[in-house]
Structures are given as structure tokens and as C-alpha cells.
Design a protein around this ligand. Structure first.
Ligand code: NAD
Length: 503
């Protein structure tokens, strides 16, 4: 008997969904909250993968001929369908990856929001016109559909990351081939089925394709596949480095959304009534498994004791438990490997001179639960483990004397995704956002708002080992199209640029 949520979403009888007994060619999907199997999912082999991409190429050739505003109508209908299924899909996200219910629902809300954004965008794929230096010439830029887009997604946003890509790609005239994480294939099956059912019902079958398979079989084929001109990959920096190199080797394009190691600066005059809850949400929300999770706190030395005391008190009130139960704020980590990573980072922090102030242990609640940790760095501010992204709820506290020192600490890691400053000083806020680039070196920089919880309207992504890609709002859509510069001579003479005469 399949899980009721799979039935509610209409995927209980999907040909990929099978019984959970592990065997060759099947991945068992496990609920991290209780270790119980939810279902089995059949994996694609190389031949199946090839057929899926062929189908996507064929769909692309038809889809790009559909006027962009009409493509927008399809995306609007997809967004409406996600509205109808928000509760069930949000629950499936919770079951598969352990997010609390509010965050599962919030994730599907992002999908609805980006669909709305994409609908408006479908009438705004603007190119520039520019004056030509030659008489009786016109110049303009066209933005053209790019092709089938390969989307590789991480486990922690099993629905929204695909949607950020797929809804924009859809209005841009691209088809999509999605390879989800093997930790969350059921959410992918349900999400893709919604999009494909709607698009197919409106006469556009095949635009949204799904391939589920092992990295060595499907992942490697996908990144080397010349039929996919853009690979948009979300996940660890380790994965992105490899994907980036392989795709560059075939002159493909990448859009990389990789790891973060995000800091929040707490200035001497920060409003702590605002800062403390913002920091707690950003540090322990999604059990520290967001790319934008606050991992480092950089606190003015004059208030570090007060901030630490208030954070510890807040951490003690956090309810850890079943992600679907009312009142739970922190669910499990995604699997046992994540728990091991958490425990070994805590051990490393201690051996490097850090002081564990709270948490840092396995929790008795269930197999993959831990207690969110706060670690105070030594007075030297040297704590090498904090240079890495441990995908778990560990908050390292550093101290600073001057704002320059705080910004330097913010920028001292390999990653550059999100950052925040809590301050009432206009000068310090503006230095953090300095237009010369001497402030935060991250793709996201917030004032009196935490590092996580971005809105879809802005471009989302980060610098350095975060990969440099931008997804979601603003002009991120340009990554999904190719630009053509067109010059039209409407005179009767051949004029060359730069005044060159060739007669
Ligand atoms: P991961 O790197 O283990 O896997 C991500 C995806 O890459 C999966 O689909 C995986 O199957 C695929 N993959 C791995 N090796 C591959 C290969 N050789 N070829 C093709 N595909 C391959 O990451 P994860 O554990 O699923 O997710 C957590 C990581 O993702 C964290 O580092 C987090 O910061 C990052 N993340 C970043 C963003 C962002 O927008 N910047 C958003 C969410 C998550």
C-alpha cells in the first residue's frame, strides 16, 4: 500500500514508483524523521536517459515556436496547479527531506511565486536597440530560446530549485531535463508530473522532462551532453567544480549555485530584539541545511557575552521533533552521513580551540536528529573548521573591534553566497554595501535581515566557490536565452564599421 501523500498527488501508480525493497536499479526513499522507507524509485539507465533528452530536443523545437506570452499562459496554469497541490506537495517535501511543515509549504510557495514572476516576464523578454554609427543602419539585440536546459538539483530544495529554473526556462522557450537528487526523487516525480500534465493538456507535451539516475550513469552523461547547451547545477562546491570543468570542456554554459558559508555581523548598536530571532531562524531553520544558513556570527566584542547568552536561551526553547508535528521548529538531518559530518565538525572545532556552548550532540528524538550547536571561536578568531560549509546547524561565534575587521572576517571564507549586518549605524550599513565593492563580497548582502529567506524577485546566487550563477528574479532569465546582435542596413550603400574603406 503506497503512502497516502503519493496517492493524493496522483503518483502512487507512476511507472517509476515501486515497492521500497532495495535492489539493482532501484533507490529506496527513506523518511529521515523515522528511518522508514517511503517507496522505491526506478533509476534510468543510459539508453533511457538518451531517449529522454531526444524527446526534450523534439519538444524544444516546437515550444520555441510558441509566442512567449502564450508560453506564459502555460506557466500560469502550472502555477495554479501547484496552488491546488501545495499542501500535499509540501508534506511530501517534509517526508522526503525532513523540513518542518511550514518550510515544506514555503518551498512550494516559492514555486508558485516564481511561476507568477515568469508569467509577467513572458511579455518582457526585452532586448535593447542601439544607435548605429553607420547611416541608414539599425542595431538591435534579440533574446532567443537556448535549447533544452539540464537542471541538476540538490536535496534540500527538492521542488523550488527546479521551479526557479523551469518556470523561467519555460517562458524563455526552452525545454527542461531535470535530474533531481536521489535523496528526493518523489518530490521531483510529483512536481514534474504537475508541470507536464498541465503543459501536455494545453498541447505542449514533453517540455518538462525528468531523468532519475546515478551520478555515474545519468549525471556524468548529462554534463557531457552537447544536446544540453546550459547545465544549471545546484549543490556542493565539490560537485560544481567538476560539473563546471566538464561543461566548459565542451563549450557549454553553466549556471552554478553552490555552497555557502554565510556570516551575520552584529554591530555594537544592533537592535538585539530584532537580531536574535533573525539569527536563530537563519542558523537552525531547515536544521541548518539551507545554502543560506547563517554559519558564522561576527559580534562586536562589547556585546558578545549578551548576544551569546540570549542565543543560548533561545536555543534551549527550540522544539526538535517530527517535522510534520505542530510546533516543531527543527526536524532531522537528511541522513546518517549528515549526522556524522555534524559530529565530526564539532569534534574538529573543539580540537581547534573552539568552545562548545550548547548542543552539538545526537538527539534522542530519532535516527537523524541532532541538537543545534553554538561554538565560540578562540580569542585569536582562528578556527579552520569554520572555513568549510558543514551542512548542519552549527553556529560559530567570532568577535571584532572595528567594522573593517568585521567585513574582512565576513569575506575571509572561500564561499560568497549570503551575508548580513545588524546595525543602527548608517555608516556601517553603507560600508557593508559599499558601491566600490569594498564591503561584503557575497551575492546577497542584507541589513537588519538574516542571511536566509530570499525573495524570488531578486537575483539569487553568490560569488567565489558559490559559483557565480544567478537564478530566480531580476534579469536572471538572460542565462536561459542566447543573445543575438542584429545590424540592418536599410540604405543602398555598403558602409563598414570604424569608417573602413575597402574599395
Ligand atoms: P551534492 O553536491 O551532493 O548534490 C547536488 C546534485 O548534484 C545532486 O543532484 C547530485 O546527484 C548531483 N551530482 C553530484 N555529482 C554529480 C556528477 N558527477 N554529475 C552530475 N551530477 C552530479 O549536494 P547536496 O548534498 O544535494 O546539497 C547540499 C549542497 O547544495 C550544499 O553545499 C548547499 O549549500 C548547496 N545548495 C546551494 C544552493 C544555492 O542556490 N547556492 C541551493 C541549495 C543547495
Amino acid at each position: 500500500m503506497s503512502h497516502p501523500v503519493l496517492q493524493a498527488l496522483g503518483i502512487a501508480n507512476d511507472p517509476r514508483v515501486t515497492d521500497p525493497a532495495a535492489r539493482e536499479g532501484v533507490v529506496t526513499v527513506t523518511n529521515p524523521a523515522n528511518g522508514q522507507a517511503i517507496a522505491g524509485v526506478k533509476l534510468d539507465d543510459a539508453a533511457t536517459y538518451d531517449k529522454i533528452v531526444d524527446a526534450s530536443v523534439a519538444a524544444f523545437k516546437k515550444w520555441r515556436e510558441v509566442p512567449a506570452p502564450e508560453r506564459g499562459l502555460v506557466v500560469r496554469a502550472i502555477g495554479d496547479e501547484f496552488r491546488k497541490h501545495q499542501a500535499a506537495l509540501g508534506e511530501l517535501v517534509s517526508l522526503e527531506v525532513g523540513k518542518i511543515r511550514a518550510e515544506g509549504l514555503g518551498e512550494v510557495q516559492e514555486t508558485i511565486d516564481i511561476a507568477d514572476f515568469a508569467v509577467g516576464l513572458s511579455r518582457q523578454l526585452y532586448g535593447l536597440t542601439m544607435p548605429s554609427e553607420r547611416p541608414k543602419h539599425a542595431m538591435r539585440e534579440l533574446w532567443l530560446p537556448l535549447g533544452p536546459i539540464g537542471v541538476i538539483s540538490a536535496f534540500n530544495f527538492p521542488n523550488a530549485v527546479w521551479a526557479w529554473n523551469a518556470m523561467l526556462a519555460g517562458v524563455c522557450g526552452d525545454s527542461v531535463v531535470w535530474k533531481p537528487s536521489l535523496l528526493a526523487p518523489l518530490t521531483a516525480i510529483a512536481s514534474n508530473a504537475i508541470a507536464e500534465r498541465v503543459a501536455g493538456g494545453m498541447g505542449h507535451p514533453g517540455v518538462f522532462q525528468l531523468t532519475i539516475g546515478a551520478d555515474q550513469v545519468v549525471g556524468e552523461r548529462m554534463i557531457a551532453d552537447k544536446r544540453l547547451p546550459l547545465i544549471s547545477a545546484t549543490g556542493s562546491s565539490r560537485m560544481g567544480k567538476h560539473v563546471g570543468q566538464v561543461v566548459a570542456g565542451r563549450f557549454g554554459r553553466v549556471l552554478l549555485e553552490l555552497g555557502g558559508n554565510n556570516a551575520a555581523i552584529v554591530d555594537a548598536n544592533a537592535d538585539l530584539n530584532l537580531a536574535i530571532p533573525a539569527i536563530v531562524f537563519a542558523a537552525v531553520g531547515t536544521a541548518g541545511q539551507r545554502c543560506t544558513t547563517t554559519r558564522r556570527l561576527i559580534v562586536h566584542e562589547s556585546i558578545v557575552d549578551e548576544v551569546t547568552k540570549r542565543l543560548i536561551a533561545a536555543y534551549k526553547t527550540i522544539r526538535i521533533g517530527d517535522p510534520l508535528a505542530e510546533g516543531t521548529l527543527v526536524g532531522p538531518l537528511v541522513n546518517g552521513r549528515a549526522v556524522e559530518g555534524f559530529l565530526s565538525a564539532i569534534a574538529a572545532a573543539k580540537s581547534q580551540g573552539g568552545t562548545l556552548l550548547t548542543g552539538g550532540e545526537k538527539s534522542p528524538v530519532g535516527p537523524n536528529y541532532v541538537t543545534p550547536a553554538i561554538v565560540r571561536a578562540p580569542a585569536s578568531n582562528q578556527l579552520p573548521i569554520a572555513m568549510d560549509e558543514t551542512f548542519a546547524p552549527i553556529l560559530y561565534i567570532f568577535t571584532f573591534k572595528t567594522i573593517d575587521e568585521a567585513i574582512a572576517l565576513n569575506n575571509s571564507v572561500h564561499q560568497g553566497l549570503s551575508s548580513a549586518i545588524f546595525t543602527d549605524s548608517l555608516r556601517h550599513a553603507e560600508m557593508f554595501l559599499s558601491p566600490t565593492g569594498s564591503g561584503s563580497d557575497c551575492g546577497i548582502a542584507n541589513v537588519n535581515a538574516g542571511t536566509s529567506g530570499a525573495e524570488i524577485g531578486g537575483a539569487f546566487g553568490g560569488e567565489k566557490e558559490t559559483g557565480g550563477g544567478r537564478e530566480s528574479g531580476s534579469d536572471s532569465w538572460k542565462a536561459y536565452m542566447r543573445r543575438q546582435t542584429c545590424t540592418i542596413n536599410f540604405g543602398r550603400e555598403l558602409k563598414l564599421a570604424q569608417g573602413i574603406r575597402f574599395d
